[in-house]
Ligand binder design. Structure first.
Ligand code: HEC
Ligand code: HEC
Ligand code: HEC
Ligand code: HEC
Length: 379
């Protein structure tokens, strides 16, 4: 169940900067020899230029810019390669060959450079999963309704549907795990980002309450749903991103969907709960859920803005917490940011702080946040 919480979007349990690590910065540090910026430059020209440039701008996509990066962070990250905490074989080898003085000098050199005037909005246009989903959703409207509120009997509403379930459902059609339907022909050509964007868009729409359906008896259905609520939420409003909401769904669709778990939809956990139900029971349950009020599952319109406000507590250009080696990320290479965030999420890069931050992100949110920071003026 825990893993189900790896949501498209997430419960906002972001640890803030309040959560300070014990300060290791003592006022009584011994005098260290000052870094030699000129020696750092010479070293960079010899060893780093091919990839990071002498101006500190990555020479190809996915190579991070180092110009104007915090010295403290540059030293910490070279150290992390040395110790194998960050996995990149070429850098590990290079870092392993560097003396302490080399590290200090080259870090001081790159930190002293002006920020690269790189990733302007043109190079890295802002990617909004919500807007992208909205544009794609136009192709779904004739069957699922303008905003995902279907008025066609037998066709499900998508408004307010949980986003991870939504993506799973599309994949089930794509893999022919669900019976042939008009949905199959809609899917080829949709990539993962498209699916996630559609999911975020529809999850953020407000479901319209339906009148009591013609079939079934909602009052008789209600007691039968006691067992369903544990997963589908009370009154069918799910709070789990991978479990569908049933509230306000088209009754005819619910009827077919429940029956399908006896035959074509191969989900053991659902089959278990529906095999004992009579056709009359199923009608009543469908009638009960169809008449319930649902709500939007996400706030896709503002999600990236709210998210980046949280990131800025540590990464904001005016913030510099001396107890933490926090990199500047504004103006950083977009592809590199995507790669770094995925690495934290997928446990390929160590950082307890960032791991907590990025664990639940979908690829579409990662793309969006990365394009946001890449398009910000240099750090
Ligand atoms: C062959 C190309 C290449 C060369 C040469 C190279 N780097 Fe890198 N560097 C990269 C790539 C790619 C990454 C991102 C690796 C990753 O995913 O962790 C990186 C990452 C870094 C980072 C981490 C930046 C961040 O924002 O986390 C630092 C610091 C760094 N390099 C310093 C150096 C220094 C100093 C040199 C010269 C001694 C050097 N690199 C030489 C390709 C290179
Ligand atoms: C030609 C009509 C039609 C179009 C256009 C259409 N759908 Fe559907 N969709 C259906 C029908 C009918 C079903 C129910 C099929 C079934 O019984 O499994 C469905 C089911 C779904 C489901 C599963 C819902 C659930 O609760 O399990 C999703 C998700 C979905 N469609 C998304 C989309 C998206 C996204 C688009 C646009 C890219 C789209 N559909 C376009 C007719 C359509
Ligand atoms: C153990 C958790 C659990 C219980 C209990 C449960 N469900 Fe489900 N249900 C799920 C999950 C997970 C899915 C999505 C499965 C899939 O991808 O097909 C689902 C799917 C469904 C769907 C398909 C929705 C759609 O939009 O296509 C219906 C309808 C449904 N359940 C009805 C019920 C009813 C009625 C009960 C009680 C009799 C029930 N479920 C009990 C977990 C549960
Ligand atoms: C509590 C402070 C904090 C918050 C909040 C935070 N970060 Fe970080 N971030 C860090 C620290 C510390 C590192 C360095 C970790 C390491 O060494 O790998 C980091 C590293 C990164 C990196 C790697 C940059 C590079 O040059 O390799 C990216 C990208 C990043 N954060 C993005 C984000 C985003 C996006 C958010 C908001 C969703 C966020 N961070 C929120 C502290 C924070």
């Amino acid at each position: 169940m825990k893993r189900l919480m790896l949501a498209i979007v997430f419960s906002v349990a972001l640890i803030g900067c309040a959560d300070k690590e014990p300060s290791t910065v003592k006022s009584t540090v011994q005098k260290q020899p000052a870094a030699d910026v000129q020696a750092g430059k010479a070293f960079a020209e010899r060893e780093c230029k091919a990839c990071h440039g002498v101006d500190g701008k990555g020479t190809a996509p996915a190579i991070p810019s180092l110009a104007a990066q915090r010295e403290r962070y540059l030293i910490a990250s070279i150290q992390a390669y040395k110790e194998g905490k960050r996995h990149h074989s070429a850098l590990r080898t290079m870092a392993g060959r560097m003396s302490e003085a080399d590290v200090k000098n080259v870090a001081a050199y790159y930190a002293s450079l002006p920020p690269v005037a790189s990733a302007s909005g043109k190079e890295a246009p802002f990617f909004s999963p919500y807007e992208s989903g909205k544009a794609l959703a136009a192709g779904c409207a004739k069957c699922h309704g303008e905003d995902g509120n279907s008025t066609t009997p037998g066709t499900p509403s998508l408004a307010g549907q949980q986003p991870r379930y939504f993506v799973l459902a599309l994949q089930e059609y794509l893999n022919a795990d669900r019976k042939k339907s008009p949905m199959h022909s809609m899917l080829p050509g949709l990539g993962k980002l498209d699916m996630e964007s559609l999911a975020l868009y529809f999850a953020s729409q407000t479901p319209v309450q339906r009148p009591a359906p013609a079939l079934g008896d909602p009052a008789a259905g209600e007691p039968l749903t006691a067992v369903c609520g544990g997963c589908h939420g009370s009154y069918g409003v799910s709070t789990d991103t991978a479990t569908p909401s049933l509230a306000g769904q088209d009754a005819g669709y619910l009827l077919d969907a429940i029956k399908a778990y006896r035959t074509t939809r191969k989900r053991e956990n659902m089959r278990l709960y529906v095999t004992g139900l009579s056709d009359k029971n199923i009608q009543d349950i469908a009638a009960f859920y169809a008449a319930q009020k649902s709500r939007a599952a996400e706030k896709g319109q503002t999600i990236v803005q709210e998210l980046t406000e949280k990131c800025n507590r540590c990464h904001g250009s005016e913030v510099d917490n001396p107890a933490m080696a926090v990199p500047k990320i504004s103006g950083q290479d977009r592809d590199y940011l995507v790669m770094a965030l995925r690495a934290y999420r997928d446990d390929r890069r160590e950082s307890t702080t960032m791991h907590k931050m990025s664990l639940p992100y979908s690829d579409s949110i990662i793309e969006s946040v990365a394009s946001f920071y890449a398009g910000q003026p240099g750090k």
